[in-house]
Structures are given as C-alpha cells and as structure tokens.
Design a protein around this ligand. Structure first.
Ligand code: GDG
Length: 468
C-alpha cells in the first residue's frame, strides 16, 4: 500500500495520538500507522522568519513522521487569524455579518499555502497519497500541482460548505472553488454541503456535477463525496466509566445536591449558539418555577482564537448573559448556570456527560459536531440522558433519537429542555438506541477508511491544472 501524507493546519503531537486528545488525532494517526507516512502542518508556534525557513522539524514515531513548521507573525496574522478565521470561518458558517475581507490577508493566505506546499514537497515520494484537511488549506493542493506534483490528492472540509448565494460574498470565491477542483476527491460532512458545492459548480463555474459525485470544472475531473465524521463509541464509553470514581466528578455530583444536570461543551465560538442557549435556559426557568433550584446548566467553553475581535465580543456577551441570568435566579445555595472558560481533561468531560440528564448541543451552524456524538456514547445504556440537538448541526442528519431544535427559537429550545427533563425511561432508552445504531454505523474508522478508499481508487487526471 502506498504511503499516506496527512496535511492539516495543526499537527497532533505524538503523545496526543496515543489517546490523551482522543478523537480525530487518534483516528488519523491510525491510518498513518497502517500505511506509514507523514503528518505535516503548522506547529502552532509563531517564530522568526529565519526559524520558519529552517525547514520542518521532524519527529519519528514508528513508521510515522511528524513534520511541523512555525509561522512568522505576519503569516500567522494574514493566513490564520485573518483570511482563515475572520473571512472563511464566518462566511462558511453563514455569518456574513461577522466577516471581514482584506485583500492583503487573502494574498497572505495564498502565499502561506504556497510556502507550506513548497516545504512539504521535499517530504513527498512519487506514489504517496496526500490527504489535506480543512478551510485553512484550500489552495494547498493547487500549489503542489503548480510545482508539478501529480500524486493522488484529497481534501476533506470539516466545516459546512455554504450555499452559493452566501459564498459569493467572498470576493475571490471563484479562485477558492477552482483550487478545490485541483484535488482528486473533495469530501463533505453532509449531503447538504455536497449539494451546495455542486450548485456552485453548475450555476457559477459553468461546470457539470452528477448525483454520483462526479464533477467537471476548470478543466479537471474530480469526485465529491459525503463522509460523515464520527467517533469511536467504545473508547468514549470506556473514558466515561473510567472517571466514575474520580474525585472531582464525585465533588460536582455532591455539589449538585440531587439537582438535575444539563451539560454543554463547546469551543468558545459564535457559531456554537451559546448566547441563545443561555436565553433558552433562562426562559425555561422563567416559565417553570418548579424547576428553579432543581436544575443546573454546566457550560464548559475553552477559549479559542482569542486574538480575533469577534471572539472577544462573544466572550464578553456570554459573561454578561451568565451573570445576568445567575443574578436573576441564583439562591444562596444555587447557581443556575456554571460557566467555565477552561479546558478539561477528556475523560472528565465524558464522565460529566454520563452524569447528566441532558446534553444541550445547539450550534447555529456546525459541520458535524462531535460533542453531540460523544454525549450519546458516554451515556449509561440503562438510564441514558437525552440529546437536545440543533437542526443546523451536521450530526442532526444521523442522530435520529435526538430532540431536534431550531437554535434561533428560544421558546422551542426551552420547551425541549422541559420535555427532556421529564421524559420517561422507556423513551429515553429508545432514543439512545436509535442514536447508537448510527454512531456504530458511521464511526471514525468508517469515515477515514471510506475517504481513503475513494482517494486510492480514483483514476488520476492526465492533465493537472495549473494555478497560473
Ligand atoms: C470542527 C467542526 C466538526 C471541547 N472542549 C474540550 C474538548 N473539546 C473537544 C470535544 C470534541 C472537540 O473538542 C470539538 O469538536 P466539534 O466537532 O464539537 O467542534 P469543532 O471544534 O468546531 O470542530 C465540527 C469537527 O471539526 C470534526 O470534523 O464536527 O463541525 O467545526 O471532541 O470533546 N476536549 C477536551 N477539553 C475540553 O475542554 N479535552
């Protein structure tokens, strides 16, 4: 089997792939171990120009090489903080109102992608299969092609692909889609994302897209597909029970004094719908006085991208809302919302999920949302909690046992909280079983193996596109 080269914005450390971070890092590393290969990307460090140009730092773990580079401050600002996270992220999450577009940042985004591709070329062998991940690296494949690389190359988009009317707001939308067409396989999380891409190809790129995923545009043929990212449910269940006896989970349980627990865990991001969620919980307490003092919402929200303006604003808004609602409904021994801005160990999150009666996962828009899946997998099958899930998370397609809500509908979310809290055991079990069937059908291994099987199976384009 030919080697695999994974390219992603951040590279997990060899220790993280052993399970401490869990999830995606472990899944991708599994594929790398099987075929041998390289994991290439940014180290997460901001460094001087001279250090950045010293070449990738290499760490070997068996047949896998971890190859990382640092980024100079200007590149970090333009490529990561700028175009990736202040333009692509908001627009792809349907938040044009929060997007800023700056030509210099876009030029920096392309420049860094070309620079990264140039660094990666030295690590490539002729029959390597290259798997590129996510919105930071859309032009990476095109940059490799323009340097003469003809290897099989696939791209997986972890976030939503917006409908064309939304995408058109990004001035260089056509260049971005043309870059995507330089890959041999482009994977999406849901059929809706794939359809949005096909719509753009047909209506705005004068190309062709067939229902089986074949696309022809910009002089290239490629395959598109839906690959639903998942989790390893047994690994989550094991982590959730491993923590049962640990002191801090016991402490939390004790401090709840028999109150019901609602759990929410999200990176601190405006796409996750936290403000609306807090308001729904407030509305629930307002309309259900019998529950005041009897149910607590624990929101864990580790900060991310805190040097992007919109992320500072969301943090302020949330602190204000949590304070306001707690001011309204707290008692001497009761705090309705416990809002934590820090990162917790993975096993602790899974154990807390298991202790809770509701997993409240209500993003305004989300590619998939792995927290929703982790919540289900962590439950006690004999007495499972209820997943309340946004209809705008990719996971909503599969989690047929969830109570689906519209995250803009505060009253609807508040009603779903009430329904979940009083749901009979038989219904909870039925819904849990339905979710578990899907979690097992589309686990992380299926996602990874089906993408790679399609990529290894494509017929190569005879005439690679050039970015010139
Ligand atoms: C992107 C897409 C897509 C969260 N807080 C802590 C912590 N986490 C872990 C969760 C989960 C992961 O981070 C978050 O994954 P999500 O899927 O929920 O969301 P994004 O980070 O936005 O991920 C998303 C995903 O890519 C995969 O394709 O599903 O749609 O936006 O695993 O458990 N982990 C630890 N401490 C925390 O405090 N250890």
């Amino acid at each position: 089997m030919s080697r695999l080269v994974v390219v992603s914005n951040r590279v997990a450390s060899p220790t993280e792939t052993k399970g401490s971070a869990g999830g995606l890092a472990v899944g991708v590393f599994g594929a790398l171990k099987d075929s041998g290969g390289v994991w290439f990307g940014w180290s997460g460090d901001v460094v001087s120009d001279s250090v950045a140009n010293q070449g990738p730092k290499l760490e070997q773990d068996g047949a896998v090489t971890f190859a990382t580079v640092g980024l100079p401050k200007k590149d970090y600002d333009q490529y990561y903080r700028g175009f990736s996270n202040a333009t692509l992220w908001p627009v792809f999450h349907y938040r044009n109102d929060l997007a800023v577009y700056d030509r210099d940042e876009y030029a920096g985004y392309r420049r860094v992608n070309s620079w990264l591709a140039h660094r990666a070329i030295k690590l490539l062998q002729p029959d390597d299969v290259i798997w590129v991940h996510d919105y930071h690296l859309i032009p990476f494949g095109e940059a490799l092609r323009s340097e003469g690389v003809t290897n099989r190359m696939g791209f997986f988009l972890h976030i939503p692909f917006p409908s064309p009317q939304i995408l058109l707001n990004i001035p260089p939308h056509e260049e971005l889609v043309k870059s995507l067409c330089c890959y041999d396989v482009v994977g999406f999380q849901t059929p809706g994302d794939q359809t949005a891409f096909h719509d753009y190809i047909v209506r705005h790129a004068h190309g062709k897209a067939s229902p089986d995923g074949e696309v022809e545009a910009f002089g290239r043929k490629l395959k598109t597909g839906v690959y639903r990212i998942g989790i390893f449910p047994d690994e989550i269940a094991e982590q959730a029970t491993r923590g049962e006896a640990r002191q801090d989970v016991m402490d939390l349980k004790q401090s709840l004094e028999g109150r019901k627990l609602i759990m929410s865990v999200d990176r601190l991001d405006y796409s996750k719908g936290l403000v609306e969620r807090f308001k729904a919980f407030e509305h629930f307490l307002e309309k259900s006085p019998e529950w005041r003092g009897n149910v607590t919402l624990v929101q864990i929200a580790p900060p991310t991208r805190s040097d992007v303006d919109t992320y500072q604003q969301i943090r302020h808004n949330l602190e204000y809302e949590a304070g306001r609602i707690n001011g309204r409904y707290s008692g001497l021994d009761y705090t309705p919302i416990r809002y934590m801005n820090q990162r917790y160990d993975r096993w602790k999150l899974m154990s807390l999920f298991r202790e809770s009666q509701i997993g409240l996962v209500t993003p305004l828009r989300d590619g998939m949302n792995l927290v929703a899946k982790e919540y289900v997998a962590a439950q006690n099958p004999d007495d499972p909690g209820v997943l309340v899930l946004s209809q705008f998370a990719g996971a909503a397609d599969e989690m047929t046992g969830a109570l689906l809500v519209n995250p803009h509908d505060i009253v609807g979310m508040s009603e779903a909280i009430g329904r979940a809290l009083s749901m009979p055991l038989a219904e909870r079990r039925e819904r849990y079983e339905a979710n578990m069937v899907m979690l097992r059908k589309y686990d992380l291994g299926v996602w990874r193996d089906s993408f790679l099987a399609d990529l290894r199976g494509v017929k190569l384009n005879k005439r690679p596109a050039s970015s010139k």
